[in-house]
Every structure is written in C-alpha cells, then in structure tokens.
Design a protein around this ligand. Structure first.
Ligand code: PLP
Length: 388
C-alpha cells in the first residue's frame, strides 16, 4: 500500500506507541483519585501538558484536552458564543473552513447567532478587507483556519490577529493541519484560541487540545467534574494525552527538516504530474501552502473515480476532506475559490507524510497517468454514446 492521505490521518509513530503502552497497561489509575496510584497518572498527565505547552509556546493551564479537533472547534465556537451572548451575537468565519467549524456555525445560526462567511480569493486566501469590514460592535468571535485541509493554503493569522485585537474581538484558529507541519510555535500566531489534534501528527485518535489563552472565558459544553479547569469534564484520556505529547515533541523536533523534505517531494510530484498528465490544474498553487499537500483537478475526470481507480492499485488518496468522502457534493473549498462545480467535484488531494519517498511519487504519477487516461477514454465514449 502507498498511503498518500496524511491530511486525513497518520499512523501512530512507534515512539508514541511506546510512550502510551505503560498507561494502557500497568499505570491505569484515574488522575483524579487521591491515592498514590491515581496521583502517578496525574503527574504523568501534567508532565505531558507541560511538554506540549513548551512546544506550542503557551502556559500549561492554557491547554484544554478534548477528544478530537472537532470537539475543540466546538468548544472554541460554542464556548465563546454562549459566554459572550450578552455582549453580541455576531460571528465571522470563512467560506473554506472545515465542517467542524462550518456546521457548528450553522448550528449557532439556528440558535439565533448571526454568522458572516468571508469569501476567499481564487488562490484560496481569505479576503482580509472583507473580514475587517464585517466586524461590528455585535461581533464576538472571528474563526479562521490556519491551513486548509483540502488545498493546504495557509492563512495570514498574525495579520488577522492584528485586526481582531484592534477591535477587541476574540480570534480562534483551527491549526489542525499546521501544528507540527510548519516550524512555528502556535502561540506566535497570536490567536486567543487554537485547535490542534493528535492523529494528524502521528499521535493517537481520540486526543486533541484547545489552547485557551489566559483571560479568555468560555462556557463549558460538557458539565460534570472539575477536569480541565471545568471546561471539559470527564476522566482524561491519559494514555492518549501522553501519546499526544510524544507526537508533538517529535513533530517539532523534525518540523524544519521534514518540512524541507516534503517541499521537495511535492515539488517533484507537481512538476512530474504536470509534465505527464495533460489538462491538470493545481489548486492554490500560487499561495503559501503547508509542504505536504497537493490538490489537483483533472479535466473531464471525476475525483471519486480517481480515488477508486488508485485504490485498486493500492494507493490511498482523497477527494478532499476525509469527512466528506462519499459525499457527492462538489468541494465547498474549491467552489469558494471560484472553481466551477464540475471541476470542484473532480479534485483529488494528495498529502505526503513521514513514510513518503521519491519512489512513491514515481508510482503515483504513473498510476495517475494510466487512471486519468482510462477514465477520459471511458467518459469520451460515454459522451459520444449519449450524443447518438
Ligand atoms: N479541522 C481541520 C482543518 C481538519 O482537517 C480536521 C480533520 O480533518 C478537523 C478540524 C477535525 O479534526 P478531528 O478529526 O480530530 O476531529
């Protein structure tokens, strides 16, 4: 199998698994228990929190552990909206967010909040002027993702933070696709709330975090015990969090060299695919992107058919976000970038990762060339038949 869908999820790094195993076996205590056995789990949990905080550049208590990036996004958006309801009811986000943010905004609209979806340019950049002009006295929150999961396009969060600071509006960024991929400490983004998730960086599924900067108040969405400063009640996923800390450490240890390697690999791939397969477009290519992601549109070919065709050859790629796989709708991200619905339905996402090598690039280019040629031949025969 050649796995080229690292934006959907990544395998556990062996060092992560090693770090977790003791907490899945002999050290299974509850960190809230008062005796020594529980306290050992608590000490390990707090050590993991401190380790992640050091890499991210925040204070340990600012990290709230959740079960997924989706839950962290929900806590950021709903937590802020409910806490600040008396101040205003307006939220600003973008048209290209992950469904974890978009569908939460839609749900908040049904609860009476007003949401502005700021457009993006054809390169996938958020229109900053439009964002700034959308802010009113009623605005309580701006949520803009750091990098897009489909195209890899990176948004200028620091510039957006400068706008929101001036207007005293809270800024959330979903950094699920950048944490550990860019050699940056997330705290430097200057956002008030930052989401990131373990399973995108060779950590376990079921663990993520929301960084809630000091002084930001959220309303809890789960009520119960006092875990996670009362913002996320429930016994902590100790093994998962310890694995998360190991994954974050690994990601930041290697982000510069691994980033450079992935840039090279993607560059090689994009040059080769453009030279080999006719009528291919790379979406978001003119914008800064995370180094591992390439989003392609092949004229007259459906993305879903490419994914299935490559699967038969043992290659895993995606049509866009994992969560929308099987969804026949065109990508909302590409539509927002002004790409025609027919083409937006035909896109394919290749996301390289730690295991990717140059031989994988050669294999995917050859497989794409054959698959696209075959599918185009079928569609032109189908097209002719339907004209008869
Ligand atoms: N935000 C972005 C940008 C993502 O890419 C994803 C997952 O693909 C999520 C949020 C959701 O994260 P999780 O899978 O941890 O719920």
């Amino acid at each position: 199998m050649i796995y080229l869908d690292h934006n959907a999820t990544t395998p556990l790094h062996p060092r992560v698994l090693d770090a977790m195993i003791p907490y899945l076996s002999e050290r299974w205590g509850n960190p809230s228990s008062p005796y020594r056995f529980g306290n050992e789990a608590k000490v390990a949990l707090e050590r993991a929190r401190k380790r992640i905080a050091e890499h991210i550049g925040c204070k340990p208590p600012e990290l709230i552990f959740c079960s997924s990036g989706t839950e962290s996004d929900n806590l950021a958006l709903r937590g802020t909206a409910y806490a600040l309801r008396s101040k205003g009811n307006h939220i600003i986000t973008t048209a290209v967010e992950h469904h974890a943010v978009l569908n939460t905004c839609k749900a908040l609209e049904r609860e009476g909040f007003r949401v502005t979806y700021v457009p993006v340019t054809t390169d996938g950049f958020v229109e900053l002027r439009s964002l700034a002009e959308s802010i009113s006295d009623e605005t309580i929150l701006v949520s803009v993702m750091h990098a897009n999961n489909e195209t890899g396009v990176v948004q200028p969060i620091e510039e957006i933070a400068a706008i929101t600071r001036k207007r005293a509006v809270i800024l959330h960024t979903d950094a699920v696709q950048t944490a550990g991929k860019l050699p940056r400490r997330l705290a430097e983004l200057d956002a008030d709330l930052v989401t990131f998730s373990a399973h995108k960086i060779y950590g376990p599924k079921g663990t993520a975090a929301l960084c809630v900067r000091e002084g930001i108040h959220l309303e809890a969405l789960t009520t119960g015990g006092a875990q996670e400063r009362g913002l996320r009640a429930g016994t902590e996923n100790v093994a998962g969090i310890i694995g998360f800390a190991e994954a974050v450490a690994l990601a930041f240890e290697h982000s510069e060299t691994e980033g450079q390697r992935l840039w090279g690999l993607r560059d090689h791939f994009e040059k080769r695919v453009q030279a080999t397969v006719p009528k291919v477009r790379i979406n978001g290519a003119r914008a800064p992107r995370v180094p591992n992601t390439s989003n392609l549109t092949f004229d007259s070919v459906d993305g879903e058919s490419i994914v299935l065709g490559l699967d038969l050859q043992g290659i895993c790629v995606s049509t866009g976000s994992a969560c929308s796989t099987g969804d026949p709708e065109p990508s909302h991200v590409l539509l927002a970038m002004g790409i025609a619905a027919r083409d937006a339905q035909g896109s394919t996402r290749i996301s390289f990762g730690r295991s990717s090598q140059e031989v994988d690039v050669d294999a995917i280019v050859t497989a794409l060339q054959g698959t696209v040629e075959r599918l185009r031949a079928i569609s032109s025969v189908g097209g002719e038949a339907s004209h008869r």
